[in-house]
Design a protein around this ligand. Sequence first.
Ligand code: NAD
Length: 496
Amino acid sequence: MDEAHIQAIVDAVLARIGEVPETPLAAVTKPPPGYTAPAAPTASAAPARRRDADIPRGRRGVFPDVESAVRAARAATEANAASPLEPRKRWVAAMRGTARAHVTELCRFAVEETGYGRADDKLKKNTLVIDKTPGPEWLEPIAFSGDDGLTLVERASYGVIGSITPTTNPTETVINNGIGMVSGGNAVVFNAHPYAARTSAYLVHLLNEAITGAGGPENLVSCVERPTIESAEALMRHAGVRLVVVTGGPGVVKAAMGSGKKVIAAGPGNPPAVVDETADLDVAAEGIVLGASIDNNIICTAEKEVIAVASIADALTERLARAGCLLVDDRKLRALEKLVLEQGSGGVHPNKDFIGKNAGVIARQLGVTAGDELRLLVADVDEKHPFVQLEMLMPVLPLVRAPDATEAIAMAKRVEHGFGHTAVMYSRNIAHLHAMARTINTSIFVKNACNLAGLGYGGEGYTSFTIASPTGEGLTTVRNFTRERRCTLKEYFRIV
Ligand code: NAD
């Protein structure tokens, strides 16, 4: 691609999303300590995904096709549903134990196979799901007792669940959904993203070893060895699958909705972080860097844009630089747009070569001398910019200025695109926080901390990596993977 062709793409991008800004995008020129001035962009590509990663082959629970996986899962779910609760608790404890024992290698494999994220950050995410995914203890019965007798409501299994998992949290989603689904008395067949197939199959193998080692049935957790979009479709439509749970972007959500099954759909997000004039800016900067940079911004809940009230925007930007972010000036911004945006048939989209890559990889392409310790690039842009409008899934964080908190909240609502996923606000004005909470209407809203607090990392509560905004379950748990059953007893069973 020559220079003129690239410029044409960028112009088309900006024209499609909105008007090309008349004035240069706000200049943020002070480089953070330790970084030299940028040279011209280089032509070399970002490192490619390593598909030949040295990942052990998963065998147990790993099937050549959907048909055989669902058949095996059917037998396993009957054993699970018939089991008393105490053994099931042991199986789930064993799943947590094996995931914990292998977590370091699983994180490494996930990075090597997908080419996304950072192993150290994946360690935090995986440890979170191992420790804070709710188990069978959440299946509490409800009783109604009165003159007409007793009614008992309990939670029963669905049977076989088909779970489609993303490339961005491959092991986290298998551990998180696996624990929740087995806890509910089900068996689950996973169809992983093709780019995470080997790591997912190895994890499924380990989970089978753990469950059977604790006396449980084989194949409570299973997967298709070479998953594709076609095998995902086949799983979603298979007559033996009672519940479809999908975790991914808009394509898979749409496909699941057409499956004719009960669907729990966890879709995309574009989480804004609003910082108003009353915020503690040190807290805000620290939270933004952690939340937007963890695993190179591929988490669906991660801050995808900052909207700062203009009066504190410079002060916030200075703190982001002090926290180690690379501030992108005008010249670098143009080069960055050319690097990380592409014009495809459906419009502009992030360049896949840079999704989930380290900030240092991107910075070096801009001619900046930066190591892999660099966490984040910050670009001062306007609302219409593609970095704001698109779910970029890379450590490039746009910052937009708003005249006041009211407009900042309105802008946050617009750029979240109605996904209803996640939002963050830093403020010490309770009226502003209240207005944002009501307006943004997301499954997760975090006040004065980063998105991770809403996942239970540095915040109270359980965790989930299947956050079902389109279908309304929010952070899914074992309860969502069970169906309600009622038994009404007319006489003799009351004790008062
Ligand atoms: P993706 O949509 O490309 O793939 C997700 C899964 O769906 C993969 O297994 C893929 O093979 C499958 N798939 C994709 N299109 C399909 C189709 N048309 N029919 C059948 N199956 C299909 O997403 P990804 O790149 O793996 O993950 C990133 C996306 O997922 C982001 O949009 C992110 O926000 C979203 N995500 C959401 C959550 C959540 O909890 N809401 C969690 C993780 C990721």
